[in-house]
Ligand binder design. Structure first.
Ligand code: SF4
Length: 363
């Protein structure tokens, strides 16, 4: 069972085999100008993405839904979702961003006012600074607690879901509070409501998520079919991306500050964090020169792969130089730390500007 609220270790191959997530790689030739997150295999799996490829090819209407749960600080791994949203926005998709304050309340105990503030000062500010256009046509952002259409739909959908099903999917026990049991239905409604007639009717929808969120996707797809006659829902598609490894080698997590580079870090702190990150280097320089490093096990390399080296040829050279023992970790870390520092210098300036706009988004 995958637990979306606490999952930490992910076996990507097992996921594709056991849960029916399909490999994404087959779509790469069919997508015009795929982002590097796709072409580099970071987006590794999907459900029913063919519908989205078709919509991209034909220029027909489709939507992307991805929530933000304001419960802590955003780290650099969260940037992946925003990068994908920016790409989809440029491709003409409708963008829906539910702010999961109801989930934050029921699963993490964060009160609604705090969620709202955190959404503005942390999430919305970062999303704007990273380049997502909040003023674009077809862009929608809302608090779950303030969206009556979503709440009404969740209530209607709940009619065809029972408690034993929720227990089987999420592992809820007799002591789980009922707000926590109910809130997945709000998320299902978040994903499906863009297909209501008020929002333009049935359309393909894609939800880009980490694999820990797959239980929500499976539940949503099942419920979409149960209500097909009434609402004509098309089951949503999904894509799955790998998690970025934390600085210490475990999963990067906001609740474990030693693992994370936060988007609110100063350029100097971000630089320092890269210098202390776990690498795939060997014990001695001689050994590394002789047998090379292991970029696949290197957090520094992952930062280059995910965020800091847009040029594929350059990245390939770094990979080969590491593999062949032509570069040592000290030098490689320094270069990466410099790139990270530059990114954060630039990003801090953008954050300052974004703060002004972010304050007005939920007014
Ligand atoms: Fe990582 Fe660079 Fe060391 Fe290779 S040389 S293991 S990529 S830090």
């Amino acid at each position: 069972m995958i637990d979306p609220w606490s999952s930490s270790v992910i076996d990507y191959e097992k996921l594709t085999e056991q849960f029916g997530i399909k490999p994404f790689v087959g779509f790469l030739d069919e997508i015009n100008d795929p982002p590097s997150l796709m072409s580099r295999g970071i987006v590794f799996g999907h459900r029913d993405y063919g519908r989205i490829v078709k919509a991209l090819r034909e220029g027909s209407n489709f939507a992307v839904v991805t929530g933000m749960m304001p419960s802590g600080k955003m780290h650099i791994g969260h940037k992946m979702i925003v990068d994908q949203l920016i790409w989809y926005q440029k491709k003409g998709a409708e963008i829906y961003i539910p702010i999961a304050d109801m989930e934050s309340y029921s699963a993490r105990g964060v009160d609604f006012e705090k969620s709202r503030k955190l959404a503005i000062t942390e999430y919305i500010t970062n999303y704007i600074a990273l380049g997502l256009n909040f003023k674009a046509k077809n862009f929608h952002i809302y608090l779950q607690s303030e969206n009556k259409d979503v709440q009404d739909l969740a209530y209607k959908l709940a009619k065809k879901v029972n408690l034993s099903e929720m227990k089987a999917i999420y592992g809820f026990s007799n002591s789980t509070n009922l707000a926590h049991v109910y809130v997945p239905l709000i998320q299902v409604a978040d994903i499906l409501h863009p297909q209501l007639s008020k929002y333009g009717g049935p359309k393909p929808i894609v939800v880009p998520v980490g694999p820990d969120q797959d239980p929500h996707i499976r539940l949503t797809r099942d419920i979409a079919l149960r209500f097909k006659k009434i609402f004509k829902f098309i089951p949503p598609s999904s894509t799955y991306h790998r998690f970025i490894t934390g600085l210490t080698g475990e999963k990067m997590s906001s609740s474990k500050p030693k693992t994370a580079i936060f988007l609110s870090d100063s350029p100097e702190i971000a630089e320092k964090k890269i210098k202390s990150a776990k690498t795939g280097g060997k014990e001695t320089l001689d050994e590394q020169r002789a047998t090379g490093g292991t970029p696949e096990d290197c957090v520094v390399y992952e930062m280059l792969l995910y965020h800091l080296t847009p040029d594929d040829d350059e990245l390939r050279k770094i990979y080969n130089d590491c593999r062949e023992g032509n570069v040592m970790c000290g030098e490689c870390k320094q270069k990466t730390a410099d790139l990270m520092k530059d990114f954060f210098r630039n990003f801090s300036r953008k954050r300052e500007k974004a703060e002004l706009l972010a304050g007005k988004i939920l007014e």
